[in-house]
Design a protein around this ligand. Structure first.
Ligand code: SF4
Length: 414
């Protein structure tokens, strides 16, 4: 077989990396300026966007070192038994590509993952080697996110953290039974053991830097993980419970959700249809509620329906409020911050502004309307000096009144 060019490898290995959500790129229509028409292209292979810890949006080169893999995870397009074109970069090729893209200002960093070739230690060493060459030989100061392999020796994973800004280990599936069925080569205890080791490395490095200014940094942007949604029977309540345990036990910066999408040459044990994308969105909203709005996992679970899943037609905050109407209306001029954060339609910033302005004067409904996108959504749940909802919160049809109206899909939309 003829040797593959770098471009051919890039095409295969950037495409193979697109299933990883922990560095999400936004979808867009394909356009290019080949043939001299126009300027620019949206087909920049392997470039995706992620958010830095300070909130900046950064472009990353997102690729796999190789899509060869000795494991056979049913949900993965790169599994051993999958019939896809394969390619493999050398560490030096990834370094050259990263530097070339960086110098042209296409990217600000690298997101590197890999299938497992030979064995976990060998693969992890190759991943670390990319980061080592970039940092030590080229003094590369861009962002590096390395996906680490839980089966690899802890010492090699530790090396990854010394070079990377962020490391991540995928838990893959929300339940241990799902993992055993769909990823027979993986072991839940080993995955969580590796995450626990990264957590203690993070804590030790932080302590050391408090004592010695020049102590080495270890993954200053922390660790994250990813869960596939909809490939097994786990409900949203299961997923939220798992995510919350992971946040508590491993000090994760983020849990990413990836709606399972049927892959080419899919295994027969997988569902034929992908779950609705809105399910992934509802899980991210619930994640947000737990991280910034003071909801406990049990609160989010209370917002689920009888089947254990979050409603798709309304967001989880509204779902909770409709189930616990006795907690409303809240008086915007007196309620605590925690109570205000429970009001559907009021975000963290709006609540901050309410707390600040009510020190100077009593707020009216019009004042609140200036702070929200939809006062219709907020109105049944609050009272102000000139507004009290009376029976609105008790109406049986409140959910249908507040649910976003279904949009007619365009038949010929691109
Ligand atoms: S180990 Fe990773 S690359 Fe290999 S089959 Fe499993 S998910 Fe895919």
């Amino acid at each position: 077989m003829a040797a593959q060019t770098i471009l051919q490898k890039l095409e295969i290995l950037a495409d193979a990396a697109k299933y990883d959500a922990s560095c999400a790129s936004s979808g867009t229509a394909k356009k290019n300026s080949l043939g001299g028409k126009g300027i620019g292209s949206t087909e920049g292979m392997g470039i995706c966007h992620a958010y830095a810890p300070d909130g900046r949006c950064i472009s990353l080169l997102k690729i796999l070192l190789t899509n060869h893999c000795v494991f056979d995870c049913h949900y993965c397009v790169n599994r051993k038994s999958s019939n896809v074109a394969r390619a493999r970069f050398t560490p030096q090729e990834v370094v050259d590509l990263t530097l070339a893209f960086y110098r042209r200002n296409y990217i600000e960093g690298l997101f590197l993952s890999s299938g497992i070739v030979k064995n976990s230690n060998h693969t992890m060493e190759q991943i670390v080697e990319v980061a080592r060459i970039l940092r030590e030989e080229h003094d590369f100061r861009g962002y590096i996110h390395l996906k680490t392999i839980p089966e690899a020796d802890a010492e090699i994973v530790h090396q990854a953290g010394l070079y990377a800004d962020r490391v991540s280990i995928n838990v893959e599936l929300p339940t241990d039974s799902g993992l055993t069925r769909l990823a027979p080569d993986k072991d839940a205890r080993q995955i969580e053991g590796a995450m626990g080791k990264v957590k203690s490395d993070l804590v030790e490095a932080k302590d050391a830097r408090k004592r010695f200014r020049h102590a080495p940094r270890f993954a200053p942007a922390g660790q994250s993980t990813q869960m596939i949604v909809g490939a097994d029977a786990a409900t949203d309540a299961d997923i939220v419970g798992k995510a919350s345990r992971l946040y508590d036990n491993f000090r994760l910066r983020r849990v990413y959700y990836s709606a399972f999408s049927p892959i080419p040459d899919a295994s027969a044990v997988l569902p034929l249809k992908r779950p609705p994308l809105i399910r992934e969105h509802r899980l991210y909203q619930s994640d947000w509620l737990m991280r910034f709005y003071g909801y406990k996992p049990s609160d989010v679970m209370q917002a689920t329906e009888a089947d254990g899943n979050l409603p798709l037609d309304i967001d989880p905050k509204l779902a909770w409020a409709l189930k616990f109407r006795e907690a409303f209306p809240v008086d915007v001029n007196r309620a605590s911050k925690e109570q205000l954060l429970r009001v559907p339609g009021l975000g963290v910033k709006a609540v901050g502004k309410i707390l600040a302005s009510r020190r100077h004067r009593a707020l009216r409904l019009d004042d609140v309307a200036l702070l929200t996108q939809s006062i219709t959504k907020v109105r049944p749940f609050i009272c102000t000096v000139d507004w009290r909802p009376i029976t609105l919160t008790d109406r049986a049809d409140l959910r249908s009144l507040l649910a976003p109206k279904a949009e007619q899909l365009e038949l010929f939309a691109a």
